[in-house]
Design a protein around this ligand. Structure first.
Ligand SMILES: [Ca+2]
Ligand SMILES: [Ca+2]
Length: 640
């Protein structure tokens, strides 16, 4: 057939014809060629991980040649000027991967790797990585001298130090968490502010903002005013105008390029300073691009009693750093709060505010606050705090150097003194050993990573709790005070002898209890019992929120397949109670793996007829293999 030259058509018609041809090609494709991957969620499971947070410049200098960077004035080889670069880089992280792996670290969060402004602002360089100049380039100070910092241009070669880091991590089954900033670029340095580049090409400038890439409302004056917090500036940083779709396309494309290079997870800076609709768009675009990416945000001083931070955690598409728990742990264990462990329990008591309390990222200090040991230098107290975040709900994140008791107490240890250079790499410290042993428990015992939390004995100085999931149990006892003997404490453990994971001491459990439990000063006991694990071709991790059950009421999933009882509610798959807002369970699928199924949730009630959700059945294609997640909200039930 002779093709009609396009010149005889208007350009518009020609495009329509081409588009129609593409649609026809899709329609004619046999069903088997349609990629069902897009029809089900492929959600990453991050709850078994142990995160280690590295300030790249202050970790280890593995390459002296890159340390001067473009502007040698920003580099202090002596490491005395706290505002300057001290030379740490990605080769340094590679050099220390075995040290981290042996400590049980499984995911590494690095401060932002984007190219930064190469100027001083109030005497400080961008060694922290939060003053970005080009989101599509790697900071040349972190990779080999002369290596191509462009993510665009090196897509085919992938041979920078950054790419080697990804390969070395994945070889060790470790994950990389990229720290990203979407709210702002850079502050005013010598007359230039917010100069932004797209792989080396200037695209925006705060002082000549012809395309409206920035907000121009000045500094936040009233922190209670939500509009100001979202639209005004933070510490003089040029703040992006998220209403501009060109800006959004730029930032999303940039982050996708990093994901394409092998980044496994994102930590998102200053999420409080952008509207939630932006984050909903951002997270869904990221998940569509890479469904198995894990994302958590920094809502500064989030708290379970703060409606806005809770709304963000539940509705933004990402989980958050748990500042509420962090502040409580510091108060109870570092600052000697009178209420002691009650202060911590008050936070856990509000877990039902979150849809995913077990996915919050927990920590005791970070790069924006004095280190735990600047508040309280007692190494034994640090041990209690670490044991707490390693065994309670949430994903623990260890700030670099904690395992070496790293702290500098100048100015109370406030920023920048909370970012000293790592000096020791001792693999025999108590903290190093605790993290190694307890990260093993997190990996092996699903009660710790996914289970419910039950306080069993609570005083200001002593806290005993149980984590539980199906037949797996972990009993933890922590002592902030002096030697003490507890007459009896329930453990939920099977009767018999149990060995403490950290001390190797042995404990006898009788009728589910330990009698005369001796706890030494600042003592820690962790008894882990791993029950039968769920195994199948496909495991669906089903999480149901918003259902309020009474004692004697349980939740089951019922559906049109054998795994879900073929609509026989008495054979529905039972979920586990996590807290008064959340039921959860791993459902094994073999026969129906890869098939379309229907299901709904139902409440099984002792002595009463069951309640089924009053809604059309949910329909989903079960993945052929692997692990996927359902995140559902209960639709109020109807008696049947
Ligand atoms: Ca260096
Ligand atoms: Ca903003």
């Amino acid at each position: 057939m002779v093709k009609t030259p396009p010149s005889l058509y208007s350009a518009g018609q020609y495009q329509v014809e081409n588009a129609n041809a593409e649609v026809e090609a899709l329609v004619e494709a046999p069903a088997s060629e349609i990629n069902l991957e897009f029809l089900y969620t492929r959600d990453i499971e991050f709850r078994q991980e142990t995160i280690y947070f590295v300030v790249v410049d202050r970790f280890y200098d593995g390459d002296r040649d890159n340390s001067e960077g473009h502007n040698p004035e920003l580099y202090d080889p002596q490491g005395e000027d706290w505002g300057k670069y001290w030379g740490g880089d990605l080769q340094g992280v590679i050099d220390k991967l075995d040290y981290l792996k042996d400590m049980g670290v499984s995911a590494i969060w690095l401060t932002p790797l984007f190219e930064q402004v190469e100027e001083l602002f109030v005497g400080n360089a961008a060694m922290h990585g939060y003053w970005t100049k080009d989101f599509k380039r790697i900071n040349p100070r972190y990779i080999g001298k002369g290596e191509n910092p462009s993510l665009n241009n090196t897509q085919s070669t992938k041979d920078t130090t950054f790419d080697r880091l990804i390969a070395e991590l994945h070889k060790r089954k470790m994950k990389l968490i990229l720290d990203i900033v979407c709210n702002h670029s850079s502050p005013d340095t010598q007359g230039s502010k917010g100069e932004l580049y797209d792989d080396g090409i200037k695209i925006a400038d705060f002082h000549n903002d012809v395309n409206h890439w920035y907000h121009h409302y000045g500094e936040v004056q009233n922190w209670e005013d939500e509009w100001q917090v979202q639209n005004c500036e933070l510490a003089g940083l040029a703040t992006f105008n998220e209403n501009n779709v060109e800006y959004r396309n730029y930032i999303k494309l940039a982050i996708k390029q990093w994901l394409d290079r092998g980044v496994d997870a994102l930590r998102v800076d200053t999420v409080k300073h952008m509207p939630i609709w932006f984050w909903q768009e951002f997270t869904s675009d990221m998940y569509n691009h890479k469904p198995e990416v894990f994302i958590f945000g920094e809502w500064i001083y989030s708290h379970p009693s703060d409606d806005r931070s809770v709304e963000f955690a539940n509705n933004s598409g990402m989980t958050i750093l748990d500042f509420g728990l962090c502040v409580a742990i510091r108060a109870a264990l570092a600052q000697g709060a009178e209420g002691g462990f009650h202060v911590i329990q008050e936070i856990f008591d509000q877990d039902d505010r979150y849809n995913g309390a077990t996915e919050l990222v927990t920590f005791i200090d970070n790069h924006d606050m004095p280190r735990f040991q600047s508040l309280n230098p007692d190494p034994a107290m640090l041990k209690v705090a670490i044991a707490l975040i390693m065994t309670s709900r949430g994903i623990p994140c260890i700030y670099y150097g904690t395992e070496q008791y790293l702290h500098n107490d100048t100015d109370g240890g406030n920023d920048p003194y909370n970012r000293p250079m790592m000096e020791n790499w001792d693999t025999d410290t108590d903290i190093y050993r605790y993290i190694r042993l307890l990260s093993g428990v997190r990996r092996l015992n699903p009660a710790v990573s996914m289970g419910s939390h039950w306080a069993k004995y609570l005083t200001p100085d002593v806290y005993c709790y149980v984590r539980r999931y199906r037949s797996s149990v972990c009993f933890v006892a922590l002592n902030r005070g002096e030697d003490v003997t507890i007459p009896e404490v329930p453990t939920d453990l099977p009767d018999g002898e149990h060995t403490c994971v950290v001390t190797r001491n042995k404990y006898e459990v009788k009728d589910g209890k330990i009698y005369d439990l001796q706890l030494e000063a600042r003592g820690v006991i962790v008894l882990s019992h791993v029950g039968e694990r769920v195994k199948a071709q496909t495991i669906i991790r089903a999480q149901l929120n918003g259902v309020h059950t009474q004692p004697g009421e349980t939740i089951v999933v019922v559906g049109d397949c054998p795994e879900l009882g073929n609509w026989d509610i008495s054979k529905g798959y039972p979920l586990e109670y996590i807290n008064s807002n959340t039921w959860f369970g791993e459902i094994p699928f073999n026969e129906s793996a890869g098939k379309l199924i229907s299901y709904k949730y139902a409440m099984w009630r002792e002595g009463q007829s069951p309640l089924r959700e009053n809604t059309l059945n949910r329909r989903w294609v079960v993945a052929k293999e692997g692990t996927v997640k359902w995140r559902d909200t209960w639709v109020s039930g109807r008696e049947s």
